[in-house]
Design a protein around this ligand. Sequence first.
Ligand code: M6R
Length: 357
Amino acid sequence: EKGTYPHYMLKEMDEQPTVIRKIIQAYEGDNGELTIDTAILQALQAADRLYIIAAGTSYHAGLIGKQYFEKMTGIPVEVHISSEFGYNIPLLSEKPLFIFITQSGETADSRQVLVKIKELGYPTLTVTNVPGSTLSREADYTLLLHAGPEIAVASTKAYVAQVAVLALTAYVTAQASGKGLEFDLKQELAIAANGIQTMIDSKDVLEDIAEDYLKIARNAFFIGRNVDFYVSLEGALKLKEISYIQAEGFAGGELKHGTIALIEEGTPVFALVTQEAVALNIRGNVKEVVARGAYPCIIAMAGLEEAGDRLVIPHVHELLTPLVSVVPMQLISYYAALHRRCDVDKPRNLAKSVTVE
Ligand code: M6R
């Protein structure tokens, strides 16, 4: 029930800090440490490569998940769009583990891959929000997102839940394999939950940004590097899906290889700056688009901000920035859609779960 909320999407965005806290509780063992089912842990440790298969927003969460597994566990990861993978299966490693990320657990494109992979006899894990869903029933193992029902077509709280559960799974696997990790994920997730709350409490500012940048825009760009690139893809998808403004997420350094031709006087460019190692590079990319007339909206993490940035997001562990940086993208898209009188919860041409291939 959406209660006093005008839209499910707004309610679901507001629930995001609670979702993170619920995930911490759900995956806490008796000793208070984060843990996952032993059989799943063994399957992860036995794999020589992980294949993440997903669509849409879940694919974007998978791109972040790859970073987590590779950085924390050292297990190589490939991330694939489900509708492509099943009809063009790449060379596989000797001991692959397939991870299906799907909010609904019903996406036909992802299910067709699961069916094919089962025929090949490889182990499968579904990460889903819906217990008992088709992909959960048909896979060997399931990890639940604990986000509660997501009704709005635009996925918000499921995305942050996916990112958090992938971080937690990678962290627990790394710990079990004796990899020294120098941070306490439980604590860092709690800090990220507070960071999300700060963004949610900044709705007025985000509504102003939507008004300022997107009221009359025909198109918009989202740029970032490293994980900020992946969050840019998600920001662009959110904006397209509910406001119908044409948007593209781009790797900051790649724009100048062609796409920069689309920048005109006043074109909105949202740039994320949360990764210290590439902060100067992305700021350089912003200068390149500004020189062509773009109207930049720099969203930087505290500690990396500079005068003139439009929004500063709270400081969180550098691996967990997507949990917080996606929230302004979601809220800016929401207000842009509202200002254009779009049907936020049920955008045209879309269904909540895509059950046809
Ligand atoms: O239920 P799934 O996670 O498998 O759904 C995948 C996509 O259809 C979904 O994420 C879609 O992109 C959302 N509407 C995005 O907001």
